[in-house]
Write a protein that binds this ligand. Sequence first.
Ligand code: MN
Length: 204
Amino acid sequence: MEHTLPPLAYGYGALEPYIDALTMEIHHSRHHQGYVNNLNNALKDYPDLQRMAVDDLLRSLEAVPEAIRTAVRNHGGGHYNHSLFWTMMKKNGGGQPHGNVAEAITMFFKSFTAFQDEFNTAAKKVFGSGWAWLCINSAGKLEVISTLNQDSPLSQGLQPVLGLDVWEHAYYLKYQNKRPDYINAWWHVIDWAKVEENYQAVLG
Ligand code: MN
């Protein structure tokens, strides 16, 4: 079973003006496709691993043969992280969270604004390439973390429910070095219904 690039549920221009169409096209059709291709290439001599879902590979990286572990971590992580990322955005998104995840955000961060501040700080502080995440930990609590490169929260035993790609390839064409402007814009395209779905998939 080959891993494949999932199609977007919206057009490349749907997230304008917050995320521009050219960035979305290059990001999806070239960067994400590249992770998919490199993951398939890494797994080509490992039929047992080819049958595994990418999230299961990332949850048990230590069980992946050392010869391909770094490739699976980087390119499997890239494939999983981006597949999730696309689904957490939509045209006319943004606003406030709702449902169980909104209640949990208020419980664990005191307010939505306090959560946003913590998430923004995590996203801004990533040195080099990486991601900021809202995750559910093994105790069922929400936490904000960042990861470097394409490391996935799954490999730390965390389940991501919301994530932001802060690699320069995600924003450089429109925002150049102004990562904080990209972060602020991204809040306008979040699909909170999808975030709620991700939360309920773990905690009901
Ligand atoms: Mn990316």
